[in-house]
Design a protein around this ligand. Structure first.
Ligand code: NAD
Length: 296
């Protein structure tokens, strides 16, 4: 059993902290939002008074925050210096590679082991403890982070040096953004051609059009597994966060001279969805925007 400081108890972090409690760890949790703190308390976490308090005396500190600026601030003001240097610092947020490498260098200079460990799997996998972690860091940091991550996931993969986990994550989410939009388009076309959505799902989920966006997170209400589509696209993975990831991916696309026209189209469509008021909706809610623009 380890003592784990957990900072950021939102859609993902709430379920992840609860998984760590079930795995037998003592989790000292903190979030700025009172409702998130109450859920963490009900899940068996000890509620910390501040992010610094969560990090104090920890064997591991896990952060699950929206984006790079929050992670940078929390590392510099609340984690480094507050946690004992024996602690492994694990950032599971999806952030830009330069910030991930900068905070790793800053914390490593003070004697910490540091890993970027972004996740894939969504809120259902966060709650069930079946996430996939892609980890950047030294071999020593990976070895220290692995038992903590194993309490929240089904797969923990060492991607390479610090920042490599974030590289894997933004490439994955470029694929996810594009496949979610294509999945919505395919359901709308099938419907406009007279097919029942459930019938199309039964066919495509067993055919070459199958993807996680369809069988793991179907954007059509009442079809496929339980997903945010069944709750009017609330909760889940906010469209604003998907747009953040696509912007990170497209910045990397430009820096590396990669050809990614599908990624560019996905970024433009999520930008439009966010501009039209969809920022807080789940990213599968882009179905609504496409429905509004077409016949179905
Ligand atoms: P969220 O907005 O639901 O949760 C973020 C939490 O951080 C909130 O509860 C917020 O109050 C808290 N927070 C923000 N600043 C803070 C601070 N300074 N101190 C303490 N708490 C603070 O976001 P989420 O959906 O849980 O996503 C978190 C990260 O995981 C993001 O980087 C996202 O891109 C990534 N991610 C999300 C999903 C998903 O399906 N939701 C999947 C994979 C990865």
């Amino acid at each position: 059993m380890a003592r784990i400081g957990f900072i950021g108890l939102g859609n993902m972090g709430g379920g992840m902290a609860a998984s760590l409690v079930r795995a037998g760890h003592a989790v000292h949790a903190f979030d700025l939002a009172q409702a998130a703190m109450e859920r963490a308390g009900a899940a068996g976490c000890t509620l910390a008074r501040s992010a610094r308090d969560a990090a104090a005396e920890a064997d591991a500190v896990v952060t699950m925050l929206p984006a790079g600026p929050q992670v940078d601030q929390i590392y510099r003001e609340c984690v480094v210096g507050a946690a004992p240097t024996r602690a492994v610092l694990i950032d599971c947020s999806t952030i830009d590679g330069p910030t991930a490498r900068a905070i790793a260098a800053y914390a490593a200079d003070q004697g910490y082991k540091v890993a970027d460990a972004p996740v894939s799997g969504g809120i259902a996998a966060a709650r069930a403890g079946t996430l996939t972690f892609m980890v950047g860091g030294t071999g020593e940091a990976f070895a220290a982070a692995r038992p903590v991550l194993a309490g929240m996931g089904k797969a923990v993969v060492h991607a390479g040096a610090n920042g490599a986990g974030q590289a894997a994550k933004i490439a994955n989410n470029l694929l996810l953004g594009a496949t979610m939009i294509a999945t919505c388009e395919a359901f709308l076309l099938a419907q406009n051609l007279g097919l029942d959505p459930q019938t199309f799902y039964d066919i495509a989920s067993e055919a070459s059009g199958q993807s996680w966006s369809m069988t793991g997170y179907c954007p059509v209400p009442g079809v496929g597994p339980d997903s945010p589509a069944d709750r009017d696209y609330d909760g889940g993975f906010a469209a604003a966060l998907m747009l953040k990831d696509l912007k990170l991916a497209m910045r990397a696309v430009q820096e590396t001279g990669t050809s990614a026209p599908m990624g560019a189209a996905a970024e433009a469509l999520y930008q439009l969805f966010v501009n039209q008021g969809g920022a807080a909706k789940d990213f599968s809610g882009i179905m609504r925007m496409l429905q509004g623009a077409g016949r179905a």
